[in-house]
Design a protein around this ligand. Structure first.
Ligand code: CTP
Length: 409
């Protein structure tokens, strides 16, 4: 298996109507920092344009071996070797049959024979085809050889039959990919409490003070923690993106509500992460009626909100981890170090805001990790899910360290 942190998944797309769902898989894995090489069969290309997969993955689509000059340069053996996983999604009865019987008549079937990487099939076909003895025998044969299958799910199919045959949802397939890539379950049994999003501090019944947090970083952390088997409670202020379905979600508006929710749940948590852009101030006395326009200037008195992660840091149990973020426009390291110490954090993620590839609303982030022993870990600009992956690796390591310390004492 590839030992570098960037994993390589070869995504085989075959000719089922579910081929369009493979776009979401390609996109999610790519955003998470995985190198995705899309391979399309001839029939898959009739259903979804290769340009879509090229756009989503940034990599050229590999297709039939004899068909294109472009593909003549692609060494399928080398690619088969460099893959950490072959994912065939959707997998038709045809590809399952060919793979089971060692037929190698296009790029995908040839590479499936050549690779030693794990192979995961996500079947999608008509119910009668799926339950046919020939297909079931082929699936059994592949499973005996160590191939893995996810699904199919039961439900109403495009061919109007109702039964097993529908490809499972992309989210579930991506989770299976994480599990095979070895990132699953290292946080099993752990509870992560996370704040994310913005706060809205009311001025009057129609206006509020807010900030630009999109919630994307927090939700990437939640997704990564869930993929590794953690139980995740997300306390979210207003955000632009939907929280992951498997998390326990508590919606709040104001910093005070967020603080109250954190205080209720902090004792259950092994790790508390403050990714929210908490409003430091609230309006001292929000008006009960809408402010009317006047020619006079308007002054609004603000008073301080609680420092949520600072309070958690001050009250934390010795084996509990507390992690914060520092979003800064200037003097990044100095400000982050000060917050790490003042808030009694185990780790702080310091990231630049105010540039197009980092900070509020961006898909990527320019961050570094600061630890209590003074170590700083630099990262290149990374997709937020990728940074979340690095963060989880540290959380796993720090948790095992604190567990050892509490056993020794
Ligand atoms: N934080 C918090 N409660 C607050 C303010 C911040 O829990 N009232 C948390 C954030 O979620 C983040 C960390 O503290 O994890 C640092 O947030 P940041 O806004 O960068 O720092 P502040 O302490 O608010 O300091 P300043 O705004 O002066 O930079």
């Amino acid at each position: 298996m590839n030992t570098t942190s960037a994993k390589h998944v070869v995504l085989g797309v075959t000719g089922s109507i579910a081929a369009y769902k493979a776009c979401e898989i390609a996109s999610t894995l790519t955003k998470a920092g995985v190198k995705v090489t899309p391979v399309m069969t001839h029939s898959a290309k009739q259903l979804v344009g290769p340009a879509t997969f090229e756009g989503l993955t940034g990599n050229r689509v590999i297709s039939d071996m004899v068909e294109s000059e472009q593909n003549a340069n692609i060494d399928h053996i080398a690619l088969a070797k460099s893959a950490d996983l072959f994912l065939v999604a959707p997998a038709t009865a045809n590809i399952v049959g060919k793979a089971a019987n060692g037929i190698a008549d296009d790029w995908l079937t040839t590479a499936l024979l050549a690779t030693q990487a794990p192979i995961l099939f996500a079947p999608a076909m008509n119910t009668n085809m799926y339950t046919h003895t020939a297909v079931q025998k082929n699936i059994d044969l592949l499973m005996q050889r160590g191939c893995q299958f996810i699904g199919p799910a039961a439900g109403l199919l495009a061919c109007k039959t109702d039964g097993p045959g529908r490809m499972v949802e992309p989210e579930e397939i991506v989770d299976a990919v994480w599990s095979i890539l070895g990132r699953s379950d290292d946080l099993k049994g752990k509870h992560i409490l996370l704040t994310t999003g913005a706060n809205h501090e009311p001025i009057d019944p129609v206006r509020y003070i807010g900030n630009r947090s999109s919630g994307k970083m927090g939700f990437a952390i939640a997704q990564e923690a869930l993929a590794r088997g953690a139980e995740v409670t997300v306390i979210t202020g207003p955000a632009d993106v939907a929280p992951p379905a498997k998390a326990k979600v508590i919606q709040v508006e104001t910093a005070q509500e967020m603080s109250n929710a954190v205080m209720v749940h902090m004792d259950e948590a092994d790790v508390v992460i403050g990714a929210a852009a908490v409003a430091d101030y609230r309006v001292a006395q929000p008006a009960t009626q809408k402010h009317k326009r006047s020619t006079q200037s308007l002054s609004i008195e603000l008073c301080e909100n609680p420092d949520i992660i600072g309070t958690v840091g001050a009250q934390k149990r010795p084996e509990q981890l507390v992690i914060g973020f520092a979003a800064e426009t200037n003097d990044l390291i100095a400000h982050a170090e000060e917050k790490l110490n003042k808030k009694n954090l185990d780790l702080i993620v310091a990231n630049k805001v105010g540039t197009s590839n980092s900070g509020f609303g961006a898909e990527t982030t320019d961050a570094r990790f600061l630890f209590r022993d003074g170590t700083i870990e630099e990262h290149p600009v990374l997709p937020k899910r990728s940074l979340a992956d690095h963060l989880m690796n540290h959380i796993v390591a720090l948790l095992s360290k604190t567990a050892k310390t509490s056993v020794t004492h």
